[in-house]
Ligand binder design. Structure first.
Ligand SMILES: NC(=O)c1ccc[n+]([C@@H]2O[C@H](COP(=O)([O-])OP(=O)(O)OC[C@H]3O[C@@H](n4cnc5c(N)ncnc54)[C@H](OP(=O)(O)O)[C@@H]3O)[C@@H](O)[C@H]2O)c1
Length: 346
């Protein structure tokens, strides 16, 4: 939204282009499941860019699970919600970012923002015409990198091994399963609806099930892989992991990527505690954040794009229209409404 006004009223010969930004504020820290009352929409004027600065207009915004736990350490009440976006440069006094170019920025939940360019990553120069730039927030962005590093750096997944992944129809999980198939592995995935299970089958998962409707998770995991699991890519944590750890093979490896099942808890979940299982099976468990391998990001994004272009890595997105609907998109993701990456298109 570009609004043209004149700074000096009718006397001005050259009207200044004033840009107004819609911003979503975290008005109150989350307590339990996020609620509409945690958020407030404000309209702010974006200052004119000085030399070296530019103004961005959001095209796609990301809603991600990390925003729930990170809001507590990264934000004060009254600040703009954290987040990344694909944005277009609409005004620029920075030659590195010409008007009309696109970037991935960390401007948070806002339609327009002022930047000095230091926190921006230009979209790949040869981004293919037929690939939506929204994938820079998903398969060819942070979630795709998370999947790749979890598999290669943490699990060191090898051909012929069996991998289990949960939240498998989501942004990270759907890429995990497909990369594991590219590497010649057997993949078992769990997700929260029959439609998601059908999607996992389309992606080539060997076994997929709806964890909400299977009677016994233990029996289901045993049936899907009677010999157990070499690797477990854990996006969910909590009770699912209590059961999954018991199905690991001896010397199994676990990449602890996320624990979305506990992010909205008001009181911490307690046991059963699986230390004895970890000892007896001699399991290796490692938590990780994709940012650890930041120096590899450019090359890794190229590899992900390569697989997309070859048709080996498919992407689905759950697109919510309108920045006004960001809280709804965020809350919907915690209810499992998204198949693939949850995106807000402005
Ligand atoms: N370590 C890192 O660097 C890193 C980076 C990115 C993401 N992550 C983590 O990876 C996980 C997946 O993230 P994502 O971006 O790919 O999200 P996503 O899977 O696209 O969306 C979240 C999904 O989680 C599932 N879910 C929500 N609440 C749940 C609950 N209480 N119990 C079980 N499942 C629940 C839902 O799917 P169902 O319908 O299948 O339940 C929902 O669709 C999250 O835990 C996130 O924090 C970690």
């Amino acid at each position: 939204m570009l609004e043209e006004t004149s700074a000096e009223g009718r006397l001005s010969q050259y009207p200044v282009i004033m840009v107004k930004a819609k911003t979503w504020i975290l008005s109150k820290y989350f307590d339990g499941f996020p609620k509409p009352s945690n958020f407030e929409l404000k309209v702010e004027e974006v200052p004119e860019p000085k030399d070296g600065e530019l103004i961005l207009e959001a095209v796609f915004l990301s809603v991600d699970p990390y925003m729930r736990p990170f809001s507590k350490f990264r934000l004060k009440e009254g600040e703009v919600m954290i987040g990344t976006q694909v944005a277009k440069v609409v005004q620029s006094k920075n030659p590195a970012f010409p008007v009309g170019s696109h970037v991935v920025g960390r401007g948070g939940w806002r339609s327009h923002s002022l930047s000095d360019g230091s926190d921006l990553v230009p979209i790949m120069a040869d981004w293919p015409q037929g690939v939506s730039m929204s994938l820079a927030l998903g398969t060819i962005g942070m979630p795709g990198l998370t999947a790749l590093y979890g598999i290669e750096e943490v699990l060191a997944l090898k051909e012929g091994e069996t991998l289990l992944v949960n939240a498998a129809a989501g942004a990270v999980g759907s890429v995990v399963g497909q990369i594991a198939k590219i590497k010649g592995c057997k993949v078992v995935g769990s997700a929260g609806s029959d439609e998601k299970v059908a999607f996992l089958k389309e992606l080539g998962f060997d076994e997929a099930f709806n964890y909400k409707t299977v009677g016994s998770l233990e029996e289901t995991l045993k049936r899907a892989s009677p010999d157990g699991y070499d690797c477990y890519f854990d996006n969910v944590g909590g009770q699912f992991s209590d059961v999954a750890l018991q199905q690991m093979k001896h010397f199994g490896r676990i990449a602890v990527c996320g624990s979305i099942s506990v992010y909205n808890d008001t009181t911490p979940q307690t046991g059963p505690y699986q230390q004895l299982t970890i000892i007896m099976k001699e399991l290796k468990m490692e938590g990780f954040m994709q940012s650890r391998w930041g120096n590899k990001h450019p090359e890794s994004l190229r590899r992900l794009m390569g697989w997309v272009k070859e048709g080996k890595l498919l992407s689905r997105e759950h697109i919510t229209r309108g920045i006004e609907n960001m809280p709804a998109a965020f809350m919907g993701m915690f209810r499992g409404e998204n198949i693939g990456k949850a995106i807000v298109a402005v």
